[in-house]
Design a protein around this ligand. Structure first.
Ligand code: ADP
Ligand code: MG
Length: 215
């Protein structure tokens, strides 16, 4: 579940973003909609505890993020949040399998090669385990990044503009995969998008419509 109250994020340059309250049950789907610059990525960074609100609060999977100390929040994020960022941030120096292996390291868990293999397999990319990211197509990279986000069966899956560079068919496939994995794991799913195709494909989702705040 995700619950926000009076969530406000101010930046050093004076920009202040204020977000309407959200109450999303565990297993629910939320669409963050809005034009570029309306605060979608900022909202996701607040939901993952990478950034703390300057006012208001946000609770994710039962934890109020600002109440945790930084190391505890980092550990919580590594275990509970699957983040699929807009830029995929795979290490070019490592194979696909080793990129996924880093997830265990970050969470303070022993590496689990079998779990890596089955996460890649669930997304149809187990055959790419020993490749470097530079040798993958855009669609393959996205599946690998999704496998990485889902590896620890997170309670919350946060996805930043997953379909911007995808054609219609790849867009449908990516959304179906996200939904299937969220449903299977009982995870709460948040997808930011300015792509009308996403809203159409997820008619049952709650929507948080963001607007650029007045300067
Ligand atoms: P979106 O993801 O919807 O494109 P962002 O969350 O990236 O929007 O940005 C929302 C607004 O906050 C923009 O006006 C952006 O310039 C501003 N912003 C984002 N990050 C920072 C920052 N670190 N410092 C100052 N302003 C920022
Ligand atoms: Mg963004």
């Amino acid at each position: 579940m995700i619950e926000t109250r009076g969530l406000t994020c101010g930046f050093a340059d004076g920009t202040t973003l204020r977000f309407a309250d959200v109450k999303l049950p565990q297993g629910g789907t939320l669409l963050l909609r809005g034009l570029s610059g309306s605060g979608k990525s900022t909202w996701l960074s607040l939901a993952s505890g990478l950034r703390l609100p300057t006012r208001g609060d946000i609770a994710v999977a039962g934890r109020t993020l600002s109440a945790m100390k930084a190391p505890e929040r980092d550990a919580w994020r590594a275990r509970s949040v699957g983040f699929l960022p807009q830029r995929l941030h795979l290490s070019e120096a490592l194979t696909v399998a080793d990129n996924l292996g880093l997830v265990f390291f970050a969470a303070g868990l022993p590496p689990d090669a079998q779990a890596v293999h089955s996460a890649l397999g669930a997304l149809g990319v187990a055959g790419l385990a020993q490749r470097k990211p530079a040798r993958l197509s855009g669609g393959e990279l996205q599946r690998v990044a999704l496998a990485r986000a889902l590896l620890l069966r997170p309670q919350v899956i946060l996805v930043d503009e997953p379909t911007a560079s995808l054609d219609d068919e790849a867009c449908r496939t990516a959304l179906a995969l996200l939904q299937a994995h969220a449903r299977e794991g009982g995870a709460t799913l948040v997808i930011s998008t300015h792509d009308a195709r996403v809203a159409k494909a997820l008619p049952q989702a709650q929507v948080l419509q963001l607007a650029r705040s007045a300067p």
